[in-house]
Design a protein around this ligand. Structure first.
Ligand code: TMP
Length: 207
């Protein structure tokens, strides 16, 4: 792959989406070919799946169905946009990716991690981020920063979201080369300085 794939991860209210937009603007200002996507979503079909996943009325959805829907949305986004963009030498920024399923469904809902790994490889075709920025925030503080109108996942218990955070931190420990933990206890401009450093290093690698 000629391009670079950079993902933004974190539990609820971590401010990752704000940082993703700041990175997009930063790279655009350098006239670099860059695209920002989100998961679940990013293309028409995956956005439809997103609506199903986040709809609070879908109370009967099982963990297996939920996991497969996240993977289905991902498979379509990879095939339609991510893979061709990377092959064309673009920088792809993605607000969430496979690590989200490991943290939320794997750690949060306790879906079998080995199954997630296998299905994940199938869904992504092995496309892996060059860099993952993990925005880490205290679980209660993060939840307090989300909208009053909570979606199906945000609605889950504090314990659930705490497991998600632990899952992310475990992932970062396992893959310190790819996943960089950024504590969000600072103004967004200060956080962005750290973010920019990791982005610059990643873009200079192999170029
Ligand atoms: P967002 O709030 O970052 O747009 O993400 C939508 C929600 O979906 C968020 O609560 C996290 C959740 N999610 C999963 O549970 N598993 C996944 O694989 C992804 C991509 C998101």
């Amino acid at each position: 792959m000629k391009g670079k794939f950079i993902t933004f991860e974190g539990s609820e209210g971590s401010g990752k989406s704000t940082q993703a937009v700041m990175v997009l603007d930063y790279l655009k200002s350098k006239n670099l070919p860059v695209v920002l996507l989100r998961e679940p979503g990013g293309v028409k079909l995956s956005e439809k799946i997103r609506d199903i996943l986040l709809d609070v009325n879908n109370t009967s959805m099982g963990d297996e169905c939920e996991t497969l829907l996240y993977m289905a949305a991902r498979a379509q986004l990879v095939k339609e946009i991510i893979k061709p963009a990377l092959q064309g030498g673009q920088i792809v920024l993605c607000d969430r990716f496979l690590d989200s399923t490991i943290a939320y469904q794997g750690w949060g809902s306790q879906v079998d991690l080995a199954a997630i790994e296998t299905i994940g490889r199938f869904a992504t075709g092995g496309v892996t981020p060059n860099l993952t920025l993990l925005f880490d925030i205290d679980t209660s503080k993060g939840l307090a920063r989300t909208n009053a109108q909570k979606d199906r996942i945000e609605n889950r218990s504090l314990e659930y979201h705490h497991r998600v955070r632990q899952g992310y931190l475990a992932l970062a420990k396992k893959e310190p080369g790819r996943i960089k933990v950024i504590s969000v206890d600072a103004p967004k401009e200060v956080i962005f300085e750290q973010v920019k450093h990791y982005i610059d290093v990643t873009l200079s690698e192999g170029s």
